[in-house]
Write a protein that binds this ligand. Sequence first.
Ligand SMILES: Cc1cc2nc3c(=O)[nH]c(=O)nc-3n(C[C@H](O)[C@H](O)[C@H](O)COP(=O)(O)OP(=O)(O)OC[C@H]3O[C@@H](n4cnc5c(N)ncnc54)[C@H](O)[C@@H]3O)c2cc1C
Length: 343
Amino acid sequence: MDTVDVLVVGAGLAGLNTARLLADAGLDVAVCERRTSLDTGIRTTGIFVRRTLTDYELPHLGPAVRRVLLYPPSLREPVELVSAHDEFRVGDMAGIYAQAVKDAERAGAQVNLNAGYPHKATKARFTIGADGARSTVAKQLGLDVNRRLITGIEEVYPIRTGSTPTFHCVVDPRLAPGYIAWVIDDGEHAHVGLAGRADRFPAPLPQLLQRFRDSFPTPTPTGPVKRRGGPIPVGGLLRKIVSPQGLLVGDAAGAVSPLTAGGLDPCLRMSELAASVTFDYLRSGNKYVLEHYDAAALRRRYRIRSAMRRGLSLVREPGLAELAFTGLRTPAGKAVAKRILFT
Ligand SMILES: Cc1cc2nc3c(=O)[nH]c(=O)nc-3n(C[C@H](O)[C@H](O)[C@H](O)COP(=O)(O)OP(=O)(O)OC[C@H]3O[C@@H](n4cnc5c(N)ncnc54)[C@H](O)[C@@H]3O)c2cc1C
């Protein structure tokens, strides 16, 4: 049986980034991933926000998007928000994961696909749960687990529109209860999706997606259509995310904006903290070092967004959503929306 310093469970963005940083620091690191290929079972649209684009160098990004249109259920008179900056870029996630594997391996980590956790072939001094919203590591280590989740589904396909890259967001509780339906069209790809509370979907998700496509003018595919989806934790960062046996990072730790459901930026930032705390702990053996992995400090950032999410989930009737748009059309409403969407 192999013995390593750190076993990272999950080869998503959080796991691969953490593994690379730890291997770079000289630790012996193995990653175990239950998928057989990282091209399949992708669970993200891959929208990276300005803050991430500024702070991290990412490969395989699509054209910049500066324009957002927000629609009420009637789809009439969308609210237009335009930024002076490149606010979003959609990543080719298969390419981004492939590059992250290469980088982790170059740093010295072993990345094992088709290797589900608990992974009997590898014994580790410390285990990092980067295994997504429904983390097995969290359960095995007695850490907190995500309880508030929404579910998303989307289709992605190549397009050639020549139109201004635009992120269309539709607030309609009949399609996306407690969240939104979206089309992001960057001129090269279209992502058409919706997400919401699983207990409130009025029909099976594929049927709702079809209904959305029929009601909204989506770009025409010029190539194969791929479907993705999965759970998104929206309860905010969990409280107990570290123990002397291991820690949680990314979705496993609930590190997703409760309002926008964006988790890619938190994955990158939190994996830096996870790697530095793990390194210090394994080097010193001092368990007080683990207190630096402090969920309370990180959770503060999510407090206002959690309150706004609760507000969004109160919008259960289309009429109420239409009414909310009256406020959104005012200069103050637009300013708030810009603050949330443009970082
Ligand atoms: C439909 C959808 C669209 C989204 N769009 C965006 C977006 O555009 N922008 C944004 O910022 N955020 C978005 N999010 C959220 C974001 O994608 C996630 O927060 C982020 O990808 C989480 O990364 P992660 O590495 O923590 O987890 P994941 O990417 O879920 O990776 C976890 C990995 O662990 C593996 N795994 C699970 N269990 C085991 C096990 N027992 N053994 C071994 N391996 C295991 C899984 O196979 C997976 O590869 C979206 C989420 C969904 C569902």
